[in-house]
Design a protein around this ligand. Sequence first.
Ligand code: FMN
Ligand code: MN
Length: 487
Amino acid sequence: MVNFEDLRDWIDQAKKIDELAIIEGADIKYEIGAICQLSAKNQGQAILHRKIKGFPPNHGVITNLLSSLKNINLTYGLPTESSIRDTVEAFRKKIPQWTRDAENFHPRVVESGTILENVVEGEAINLNVFPVPLWHELDGGPYIGTADLWITMDPDTGLVNCGNYRAQLHDGKSVGMMATHGHHGRFHRQKYFDRGQPCPAVLVVGQDPLLFANSASPLSVDLSELDFTGAVRGRPLPVIKGRATGLPIPANAEIAIEGFIDPGAMKKEGKFGEWQGYYAGDLTDQPFLRAVTLYYRNDPILTGAPPAKPPYDDAGFWRSVFYSALLYNDIAGNVPGVKGVWRPVVGGGYYMQVISIKQQYGGHATHAGHALAHCTSGAYNGRYTIVVDDDIDPYDLEDVMWAVCTRSLPTDADIIKKPRGSHSDPLWHRTPARAGLDSTNPRAIIYAVKPYEWRQDFAPVNIAGEELRKEVFARWKDNFNGRLKTI
Ligand SMILES: Cc1cc2nc3c(=O)[nH]c(=O)nc-3n(C[C@H](O)[C@H](O)[C@H](O)COP(=O)(O)O)c2cc1C
Ligand SMILES: [Mn+2]
């Protein structure tokens, strides 16, 4: 049960379960970013920054909203004490239900909300009043939007989308919109541009983590993240109507920038440290939001989730957990005998996907591998798909790689040539002649399974059985000064 109304409630609840740390005196220049990386690496607490160097002491920045399993569970109203597997299983059950329920939870338009505590219009807008971090050392500028929502509307259907796309702070009145091809906000923007019209948009850069998570989730193109959020909450999200655009804005958000993205107008955007672990995306011309209205709460808190080399990526672990559940559901009705699906953090929650199956027929592993590589959630950026047997724990990378080492032959891998890739792929061709032309990247399916036809004769595994390991652990663990942690 989600029982927080906004980010402030969420912070109180995270504090109660010791999942929030407060830091005073950090610098927006690299320090806040580096602290965030350390917490992410340790699947640590959310970090609330106060008294940020050079800014009013009551302005805040919060990062690592979803870096720990407990905070992920808190955000979706799941039991906070649970294993990764339990959380993936809970998501598997709940996501289809939330999706079905969404149509009954359209946002509720209200007249007032804390977001209206400060409203600034036109020339008076100055986005530099907020402590916007320079997250990584080679970033092209400060990024106000990393844990954000870009709210746009489909001009044909009226459907409202919320997408989490990075937003560079260009100056006091404009922010870049870097949405990858195929993302819904970019579809909306293009529809306006094709008509020669400016695209109305709202960029929210401070909100409760559930809104952020849902905006970063690859939900169906015809499902509004606002409705989905209502379904997870079990009650509609209160929104105000934006003064300039009429778009819905979460009524209790911290900071929202409303305006228009003009067709043909571009600003240099990037570079930015991305989730693969590189500054790979280059400096490019990108559309930007021209701010018309700025809304913010008193003592506003900016939310941040800077990507970084795994496992230093703020939202990387959340992506692994949530995307694994989506993936599992995509293939569960298609492939029999699935024992588990996991997208390890090391691949940024995309590049590597593991499926464990109990092989039941010749070609079962091929079926599982190809289905996973190209189901809805697997088709984007899933560079390595690894199929393992049911005795391998897909959540344990050591176990998976042992299977790769001992049960797969490189010559048996399947190669798929032109699937959908990302602009920030470090291996994407960037020579001027090729840049922007081909964003596809090849895939490999690695079959780390015992050959089906003679699997019964495969050499037996030589570690002590699980029962025996448990027994000796229980009997002699005290002889090891607490250093025996797992069996
Ligand atoms: C921390 C984080 C940062 C992200 N940054 C971007 C980005 O800069 N551009 C982008 O297109 N997608 C980015 N994404 C991925 C999208 O948010 C995600 O694919 C989401 O499904 C997009 O919403 P949409 O499906 O409604 O387009 C990011 C995701 C996370 C978790
Ligand atoms: Mn969407």
